[in-house]
Structure formats: structure tokens, C-alpha cells
Design a protein around this ligand. Structure first.
Ligand SMILES: C[S@@+](CC[C@H](N)C(=O)[O-])C[C@H]1O[C@@H](n2cnc3c(N)ncnc32)[C@H](O)[C@@H]1O
Length: 260
């Protein structure tokens, strides 16, 4: 008799949220607990990885401890090879996989090889950062839109749709922009955004070590350099932020923005 054809499971492309394990969705937690092969990004913490079964094959794909990131083609090939062996494969990414998480590329690669992809959403960094410090992303009569943007492209160019970003009713959530923060602020002002627009920079959202810096576009634009730390940082820009207790309760913006 010919061997039974193997059951191929859909590869699960799972959002691990911003870092804190209790911000995982139940669906994400179940996927991790059932994983036989786990390919995970650098921002996924040890406590989340520990939820996988002991026998699960764990493969790190992101930059960590000085090791370079795995190439996207290599990640795709690995997912395909492991899924074809009949393993339950989970591709675990920080935040939400559909926001700057290459989920489209990975799902397409799987489909091209006859494999199904299932996407499990996660809490994206912008929502986690806003929630932790009580910062509203929208606010009635003030901010009617949220623009999620990344400041850098593959070739390192600063490309944001500056005209859209200048919309005074939009709150901007800028990913991967901390290093270029002063330049981004200068360009936003040049595009017409008020220099007094509130800016919040949140590092390590959801972690006990999370930090918040409140400033304005003008102050940020005047800063000599952006942040260059290893911690992930998100920049929020918009008038809605001033509606928060964090903003109004701040003991003088001067003091908070001193180290701009
Ligand atoms: C490649 S993007 C991935 C975004 C992710 N898919 C999400 O939905 O949050 C990585 C960037 O997200 C932001 N980020 C991710 N986790 C963060 C956190 N815990 N605190 C602040 N920013 C974070 C940083 O701007 C970081 O450079």
C-alpha cells in the first residue's frame, strides 16, 4: 500500500504583542502551546518562548546578541520545509504581524508552495504604548485618524507621506523612527504641522522598563541626535496626546523635554 499522504497544517503567522506575555491573545497563546516548530523574531521575550512545548524546535530569526537577522528567503524556506514535514509551524512576530511584520510576503511564499497561512493578530506597539501611558490615539473633536508609518525604507531613505502626516487631525504612530526623530520632526514642521504639536516617545512599551518622554515637534526638531539605543521605541505625534493625564499632569513640559 502507498504511504498515507501527510496532513499539512496551515502555518500560523502569529502576533506576540509588544512584549508582555499577558498581552498575548488567547489564540496566540494556544498556537504557541501547540507548536512543533517555532520561528521567532528578536523582540519576542523568553517568557513567551517558554510557553512552547519542551520538544518544540525553536529557531531564532531576528538580530540578537550580536547575531545578524536571518534573510527573509531563508525564513520562508524554513517555514515551508518544516510545514512539509507535517509539523505544526508557528512564525512568531512582535506586535501585530500585519503591521510592519512582512506577513504579506510570508503568506504569499507559503501559498506559492501550496501551503495555507493562518494569521493570528497581536497588540501592536502603538496601542500598547498609548495604553500604558494613558495616551489617546483618537480624541473626539481633535484627532479623527491614526496614521501608522515607518520612517525608514530598505535603502535607509526617510520616506513618509509628509502631506498626509501633516494633517492636524491625524495622530501619527511612527515605527522604527527613533534614530531619525529630529529629522522627522523637522520635516513634519516643514510640511505644515504646528511646531507645538505634542510628541511622545515610548521605549519598551508593555515592559516594566518602559519609558515615556513627552516633548513637542519644535523641541524634537532642535535635538542634536535621535535615540540610538537597543530598546524598541515608538514615536507618537498629535494633539490628541495633550488630552491625556500624562500630558496635563506633567510637571512642566520643559523638565520632561529637557533631554530632547
Ligand atoms: C519591525 S517593526 C514591528 C512592529 C510590530 N509588528 C508591531 O505591530 O508592533 C519594529 C518596531 O516596532 C516598534 N516596537 C515594537 N515593539 C515595541 C515596544 N515594545 N515598544 C516600543 N516600540 C516598539 C519599534 O518602533 C520597533 O523598531
Amino acid at each position: 500500500m502507498p504511504p498515507e499522504p501527510k496532513t499539512l497544517f496551515p502555518v500560523q503567522l502569529v502576533g506576540a504583542g509588544p512584549g508582555a506575555a499577558d498581552l498575548l491573545t488567547l489564540r496566540a497563546a494556544r498556537a504557541i502551546e501547540g507548536a512543533e516548530a517555532l520561528l521567532y523574531d528578536a523582540l519576542v521575550g523568553e517568557d513567551i518562548l517558554a510557553m512552547a512545548p519542551r520538544a518544540c524546535l525553536k529557531i531564532q530569526t531576528g538580530k540578537r546578541a550580536g547575531r545578524p537577522s536571518m534573510r527573509q528567503e531563508t525564513i520562508n524556506r524554513l517555514m515551508i520545509r518544516l510545514a512539509r514535514r507535517g509539523l505544526r509551524v508557528v512564525r512568531l512576530k512582535g506586535g501585530d504581524p500585519s503591521i510592519f511584520g512582512r506577513v504579506g510576503e510570508e503568506a504569499q511564499a507559503l501559498r506559492q508552495h501550496g501551503l495555507a497561512a493562518e494569521i493570528v493578530p497581536g497588540v501592536t506597539a502603538a496601542c500598547a504604548a498609548a495604553a500604558q501611558f494613558g495616551l489617546p490615539l483618537t480624541h473626539r473633536g481633535v484627532a479623527r485618524r491614526v496614521v501608522m508609518a515607518t520612517a525608514t525604507t530598505q535603502d535607509g531613505e526617510l520616506t513618509i507621506d509628509w502631506a498626509a502626516a501633516a494633517d492636524p487631525e491625524a495622530t501619527l504612530a511612527i515605527y522604527m523612527g527613533a534614530r531619525a526623530a529630529p529629522e522627522i520632526a523637522r520635516r513634519l514642521i516643514a510640511a505644515g504641522r504646528s511646531p507645538e504639536t505634542p510628541v511622545a516617545i515610548v521605549e519598551n512599551a508593555s515592559a516594566p522598563s518602559a519609558s515615556l518622554k513627552l516633548t513637542t515637534l519644535a523641541r524634537q526638531a532642535a535635538a542634536a541626535a535621535g535615540r540610538d539605543g537597543a530598546a524598541p521605541a515608538l514615536i507618537l505625534v498629535g494633539d490628541a496626546l495633550a488630552a491625556s493625564a500624562a500630558w496635563t499632569g506633567a510637571e512642566g513640559l520643559e523638565a520632561l523635554a529637557g533631554a530632547a
